[in-house]
Structures are given as structure tokens and as C-alpha cells.
Unconditional design. Structure first.
Length: 238
């Protein structure tokens, strides 16, 4: 099978999400058609230069989204109704407009996710957030971008919200935004982790740990607005 372009994976967010996003895009383009079987796990592992575990996780994600279907002992196939899966209507919109729309949606949705996390978080949720923040601290000290820890931190907030539909929707939003952020191969996928960004994460964690829903919402709002601005994207303008 020949793809429309060669895979070029970045290292954050999770590789399985990148593989899933790439395959979903190929299916949407019609490169892989309805009813077509995908290459074997071994073939996909070789093609994407990732482990078979990563491939399995990616295929499972696409099955959960209704894009693929699988029967015992056979390869995954593109579901007949795969093109009925929700897609953002981005046709005709330039990249800057798409990115601004996605960032605004993230602010609106993840802000309430942070508030829910503050109200519902368990001890395990707090520990997970603390572990991500510790990794961000180490990245800050070492002058690294902390991309993976940043992704995990936000994912932990979504998980702590206790709403699987919200979590699933935001995974889709984040995948679309990541595709745009990494579209230009001449530009870095992540900006260096700045002191400002790090402190925004600290304030967000402290609000959730204190179970202050409104403070968590406002901290998330401020963080994502600033994150967009650091990318040169101004959102919520008239």
C-alpha cells in the first residue's frame, strides 16, 4: 500500500496518537478506502519506525472512534461508516484561523475540565499531576521543552475531570492542533519551556489540589491564552 506522503513522526505527543492521526488522515483522503484491510501490525511498525505496541494502541484508538473495525484473527479494516465520524469543517480556512479556532475551543472546554478536576480529583489524580509537574520542573532545570510532560499534565487534568466524553473530544482537538503546529517541518514542534509557562502549570496544579474549581478554571484560561500568544496566535479578539 502506498501512502499519499511519507510518515514523519515527532516525539510528542504520544507516538500512538501520531500514528492514529496519520492513518485517520489517509482514510479521510481516500488513500485507504472503506473496507480496505490495513497492513499488518509488523508492516505498520516497520513503516512508522515504532514498536508494535505503539501500533496496537493506535489501531485501538481508531477502533474506539469507529474509524476501524476488527474481527478475531484478521487485520483491522476501514469501517464502512468511517466517513461519518465527526470532522472539523476546516475547508477554506487558512492555518492561522484554524489554529485560533482550536485554541479558543481548548480554552472553553479545558477550562471547565480543570474546574471539574478540582471538584472530582482523587488522590491518585493529584499524585499523577504532581508527577507530571515534577518532570516539568526537571525539564525547566535542564533547559528542555518538557513537551511530553506538558502533554501528560493536560491529559491528567482531562482524566481527573471524570468525563470520558470530554476527554475523548479534547484528544481529537489536541491531535488536530498538533498536526497544524508540526505541519512546517522547518519550525520546532515545541517552544522551550519558559519560566512563565512553568509557573502557569504550578498555579494550575495548586488550584486543582486545593479543590478550587473557579481558580482552576481561570488558571487554565490564562495558561492556554498565553500558550497561544507564545505561538504568535491572538485569540478571543473582536
Amino acid at each position: 500500500m502506498k501512502f499519499s506522503k511519507e510518515p514523519n513522526l515527532k516525539r510528542a505527543p504520544r507516538l500512538s496518537e501520531q500514528v492514529a492521526g496519520f492513518l485517520a488522515a489517509e482514510i479521510e483522503k481516500g488513500t485507504i478506502r472503506r473496507g480496505d484491510p490495513l497492513p499488518s501490525e509488523a508492516q505498520l511498525s516497520y513503516r512508522f519506525n515504532v514498536s508494535r505496541a505503539v501500533v496496537r494502541e493506535a489501531l485501538a484508538r481508531l477502533q474506539q472512534q469507529g474509524i476501524l473495525e476488527s474481527k478475531q484473527g484478521s487485520r483491522s479494516r476501514v469501517a464502512d461508516n468511517s466517513f461519518q465520524v465527526f470532522r472539523f469543517p476546516f475547508q477554506g480556512l487558512d492555518k492561522a484561523t484554524q489554529m485560533a479556532a482550536l485554541y479558543e475551543l481548548k480554552v472553553l472546554m479545558e477550562g471547565d475540565a480543570a474546574a471539574l478536576a478540582a471538584m472530582r480529583c482523587s488522590t491518585d489524580d493529584i499524585n499523577n499531576l504532581q508527577a507530571c509537574l515534577t518532570t516539568l520542573t526537571m525539564a525547566m532545570q535542564d533547559g528542555l521543552d518538557g513537551g511530553n510532560a506538558n502533554f501528560d499534565f493536560h491529559q491528567a487534568i482531562l482524566n481527573a475531570s471524570g468525563n470520558p466524553l470530554l476527554t475523548s473530544l479534547m484528544e481529537y482537538v489536541n491531535e488536530r492542533l498538533w498536526d497544524l503546529l508540526t505541519e512546517d517541518e522547518n519550525q520546532p514542534a515545541n517552544l522551550a519551556l519558559t519560566q512563565q509557562s512553568y509557573q502557569e502549570h504550578v498555579r494550575l496544579f495548586e488550584a486543582i489540589a486545593a479543590r478550587d474549581a473557579e481558580q482552576a478554571r481561570q488558571a487554565l484560561y490564562a495558561h492556554l491564552k498565553n500558550a497561544a500568544k507564545r505561538r504568535g496566535i491572538n485569540i478571543f479578539n473582536p
